[in-house]
Design a protein around this ligand. Structure first.
Ligand SMILES: Cc1cc2nc3c(=O)[nH]c(=O)nc-3n(C[C@H](O)[C@H](O)[C@H](O)COP(=O)(O)O)c2cc1C
Length: 364
């Protein structure tokens, strides 16, 4: 992948633009914002401007008109990083989330920015999910990241204790005023330029959930992920493990789209109609994860999840016991016909090409 960056921005023009056509003024402001952001994430200067067509709310509206559901790969801490996102895009996933990024760290620490968020020009439509508990951090986060994403999702569902203790994730479900204020403040500055989503959990008390949803709707949120009867688009999340599940969920909930998480982790080809992970996805994942980079343990975990439904337990244990990338690759090569990019049929296989089988066939 070409990540070289020859963009020498020397934008010292911070003057306020007055008495010119408001459209030009807005365009200039937007350019200034983009330049500022290049200072926050200089490693991403090579990223091209966002395309309005990729804005999640526009995709949802377009699909509504065509009377078809939107398929979404939801946020997964650690796992929904660039190589996996690229993989599910190859299999008819319409919108993909990043893992939750903690705004507090991201806005204060350059190293957190470099390690928490990588992307490329194919990584769209992309929603970045943010874990946040105050307006200031959110505004700063949005300012830094918005040129590199198509939407921003506020995590109001994560039940992890450490996050909840800090007022992040599920804790926000009992603070509709704060969530609504966060959305309102972002919308006040950016308006339609930024698509905002909230992913929520349903309260034990359903009326509280309805109150929450109405409040964020009034604050200007573009869509939510859960199932409620509201006037903004709604994405259903939970227990989608096949394309049939996706259509059943749409039928029963009448939602605008379906988000899969555990299902798509095991089977990135889910939305393309594969019942189990197609072998080609494993070859592609090897390619993407080694080209874009991912820590060994994450590569191993992804491959283990994808192989889970394809091979027996004993073999899976063997995969999980490998200790480095070379060992893992040798393990695959010794057992299966793992094609590399450029080889005929790369990324296209469906069934597991077991080497013994091939050898036996050759003897016939
Ligand atoms: C490994 C893993 C990581 C997750 N990380 C996040 C996250 O970062 N943010 C979030 O809102 N939900 C997260 N979730 C919850 C999922 O997004 C989703 O709401 C939940 O798994 C139910 O959907 P499913 O039945 O399709 O798996 C995570 C779930 C899993 C299994």
């Amino acid at each position: 992948m070409n990540q070289t960056n020859n963009n020498n921005n020397n934008n010292n023009n911070n003057s306020v633009v007055t008495s010119i056509d408001p459209e030009i003024s807005n365009a200039l402001k937007e350019e200034q914002m983009q330049d500022q952001n290049n200072n926050f994430l200089p490693n991403l200067n090579f990223i091209k401007k966002r395309n309005i067509e990729d804005k999640p709310i526009n995709i949802i509206k377009r699909f509504q008109k065509e009377n078809k559901p939107v398929f979404i790969a939801g946020p997964m801490v650690r796992y929904s990083k660039l190589p996996f996102r690229q993989l599910v895009r190859d299999y008819k996933t319409d919108i993909v989330y990043s893992p939750m990024i903690l705004a507090r760290e991201f806005v204060r620490n350059e190293n957190a920015r470099l390690s928490d968020f990588t992307t490329n020009n194919f990584d769209r439509p992309l929603i970045v999910q943010v874990g946040v508990n105050n307006v200031t951090d959110l505004l700063r986060f949005v300012e830094m990241i918005h040129p590199f994403v198509d939407g921003i999702g506020i995590n109001c569902g994560c039940p992890i204790k450490e996050q909840v203790r800090e007022g992040i994730g599920a804790a926000l479900m009992s603070n509709k005023e704060l969530v609504s204020d966060m959305i309102y403040q972002v919308k006040k500055i950016y308006g339609d330029k930024i698509c905002i989503e909230t992913k929520i959990r349903v309260h034990d008390n359903i009326n509280e959930t309805i109150e929450f949803v109405k409040s964020v709707e009034n604050a200007g949120v573009d869509f939510i992920t859960v199932h409620e009867n509201v006037n903004i688009p709604v994405i259903a999340n939970g227990d989608c493990f096949s394309l049939k599940d996706a259509y059943d969920i749409i039928k029963y909930t009448k939602c605008d789209g379906v988000m899969a998480v555990r299902g798509i982790l095991n089977n990135p080809g889910l939305f393309a109609g594969f019942d189990k992970c197609p072998w080609g996805a494993i070859e592609k994942f090897w390619d993407y994860s080694t080209a874009y980079g991912l820590p060994f343990r994450l590569i191993q975990h992804h491959l283990s999840c994808m192989m889970e439904g394809l091979i027996d337990r004993k073999s899976l244990i063997g995969l999980n016991e490998t200790n480095d990338l070379i060992e893992l690759l040798e393990w695959f090569d010794s057992k299966y016909d793992l094609k590399r990019p450029g080889e005929e049929g790369f990324g296209e296989g469906i069934n597991v090409p077991i080497r013994e089988d091939r050898n036996n066939m050759a003897h016939l």
